[in-house]
Design a protein around this ligand. Structure first.
Ligand code: PEP
Ligand code: MN
Length: 377
């Protein structure tokens, strides 16, 4: 049976004690530490599986709204210490400030990670980096909420410069406009690009926060392993439906064990073409939602422009402006490997719709004035 172990992994990794693809790091546990009983119950289950390297639980929860559960706070550190003592599991938690680092280190936490919301703030990252000088436990940095690879790389670089040796990254997906059946977009090319830029930084994936729904977690975990990520962080709860945070995405221990067997068991089941299709189609559905959002937002703007044209006594069709639009999108299309004819067909269709809408707004005005002007659609 595969067993990831941070010291064993060190031999094969010249930069850190973190794992590589052959020796993936598995971090599992609830989104939040809720009560001492809940925490111990989940830990007791996970301690049965030697594939679990670290038991995770958030005690300081960076929540989008102030009305959500904010975490147990410092009291939760004691619960994590009890877990460590009673189950032998190594424990991990999220830190979002210098103070958190100080408290977590004092409590003997074995691994720290920095959450997506914190990574977006270079001031805080620098403070955390300074407080980690000379610390030799693994530190993992989640990707920032926005798909900004430089921000992610910048945070990792600050920690490297502070002398953090066991440094790794966590891919948890990116916030994106529009609704989707995934909570966060995986945008796989970003972590893969980070791997190119920082080849010695292992990247693990967090399918729970990408999926947002437990039914999609196995497929995303499969995809991460197929993409040679160095491990997984997965949220597990004994009563996921009633979890105090991220209830929709946490797995029961049994589902988690099954997933581990599928991925790393005696007979691992590789991603089937059916599963891969399902995951890729979920991503395509998201792109379609974005396209529809972009088209309808564009039409709305076009309607507003028609109002302005009406007031200014202009016609719907503004040839020079339209030519400018077409040239611009063709150039962008070429840079993005899109066929020029394809772009032309799409933009002709968009233009036709947009003109139709503008003409209806201008209807009673059109026959009166036919002035061409440059501030058009
Ligand atoms: C978490 O791991 O529970 C968490 C808050 O994650 P993220 O920072 O990825 O949103
Ligand atoms: Mn969570």
């Amino acid at each position: 049976m595969k067993k990831s172990n941070i010291t064993k992994a060190a031999a094969g990794n010249k930069n850190s004690g973190l794992p590589d693809q052959k020796n993936p790091m598995i971090i599992a546990g609830p989104c939040s530490a809720e009560t001492p009983e809940q925490l111990m119950e989940v830990a007791a289950e996970l301690a049965l599986d030697p594939r679990v390297d670290y038991f995770r639980a958030g005690i300081w929860k960076p929540r989008t709204t102030p009305d959500s559960f904010q975490g147990a706070g410092i009291e939760g550190l004691k619960w994590l210490q009890d877990v460590k003592q009673q189950t032998g599991l190594k424990v991990a938690t999220e830190v979002g400030s210098e103070k958190h680092v100080e408290e977590a280190l004092k409590a003997g936490i074995d691994l720290l990670w920095i959450g997506a919301r914190t990574v977006s703030n270079p001031f805080v990252i620098q403070e955390i980096a300074d407080s980690l000088k000379g610390v030799d436990i693994p530190i993992l940095v989640k990707n920032p909420l926005s798909p900004d690879i430089d921000l992610w790389e910048g945070a990792l670089t600050r920690l490297l410069r502070a002398g953090v040796k066991e440094l790794g990254a966590i891919h948890r997906g990116f916030f994106w406009l529009g609704k989707s059946n995934l909570r966060n977009q995986p945008l796989w090319h970003i972590p893969l690009e980070l791997k190119n830029r920082m080849p010695h930084i292992p990247i693990i994936s967090d399918p729970s926060h990408i999926a947002g729904r437990r039914s999609l977690v196995p497929m995303l975990a499969n995809r991460a392993i197929a993409n040679n990520f160095s491990g997984l962080m997965i949220e597990v709860h004994t009563n996921p439906e009633n979890a105090w945070s991220d209830a929709a995405q946490q797995l029961t221990p049994n589902t988690f064990f099954q997933l581990m067997d599928e991925l790393f068991g005696e007979k691992p089941s590789p991603v089937t073409s059916g599963e891969l299709l399902e995951e890729l189609r979920a991503e395509v559905d998201t792109m379609d939602e974005m396209l529809i959002w972009a088209l309808s937002s564009r039409m709305e703007l076009s309607g507003k422009i028609a109002q302005v044209k009406k007031q200014a006594g202009l016609t719907a069709l503004q040839v020079a402006r339209w030519q400018e639009v077409v040239d611009r999108v063709k150039t962008m299309g070429t840079k993005s490997n899109l066929d020029t004819d394809f772009i032309e067909i799409i933009y002709n269709a968009i233009h036709e719709q947009s003109l139709g809408l503008q003409k209806s707004v201008l209807a009673d005005h059109e026959s009166v004035t036919k002035k061409e002007h440059n501030f058009a659609l």
